[in-house]
Design a protein around this ligand. Structure first.
Ligand SMILES: NC(=O)NC1=NC(=O)NC1=O
Length: 174
């Protein structure tokens, strides 16, 4: 889809197309729709980022809470969204051995206990070793710092999902 097509989508089509660029938060697409027409995918991405940044703490934490655990129950039950399943599979999270799976579950539980929202990282920019490392590291963050870190990861996931949907015409060098 190119930007001409994006900008010609009805509200319903827009939310159907972009409703999961932020995991299980179609309200984000519903909110930024009023910002069209978008000059390019970065313009749409910036609108989404500005909307997320404008939310109160509770709203930002709500967005983070909408993300399924990595290698968690939803993965096991086949209850992930298509995007999340693809991302988690690509990072090797379906191939964890028993030791790594137990460690991931334990650290995820500790993280949730400490921060009140799940550990979120852009799986496509990491492999399973890096994810475990970052999870252990970020457990030591202060809550406000970690919330910001999680939101930055949500934006990275969103950026890659937008790139999957919008193909920008090749920039023709003069
Ligand atoms: N808790 C998470 O980090 N979830 C996810 N990361 C991704 O890249 N996709 C997800 O669903």
């Amino acid at each position: 889809m190119d930007m001409r097509q994006v900008n010609s989508l009805s509200y319903e089509e827009f939310v159907e197309t972009f409703g999961n660029v932020v995991e299980r938060c179609p309200v984000v697409a519903a909110a930024v729709w009023s910002g069209r027409p978008f000059a390019n995918s970065h313009d749409l991405e910036a609108s989404i980022g500005e909307f997320i940044d404008s939310l109160p703490v509770a709203g930002q934490e709500g967005i983070v809470r909408c993300h399924p655990d990595l290698a968690g129950r939803d993965l096991k039950r086949g209850a992930l969204t298509a995007e999340s399943r693809g991302e988690q599979t690509q990072a090797g999270l379906t191939l964890l051995d028993a030791g790594d799976a137990a460690r991931m579950n334990r650290l995820n539980a500790q993280y949730k206990e400490r921060f009140g929202f799940p550990f979120v990282i852009c799986a496509r920019m990491n492999n399973k070793e890096e994810i475990l490392l970052r999870l252990a590291e970020r457990l030591g963050n202060e809550p406000a710092q970690e919330r910001q870190c999680a939101i930055e990861e949500v934006k990275k996931i969103c950026q890659l999902r937008l790139q999957d949907i919008i193909q920008c015409p090749a920039t023709h060098t003069k």
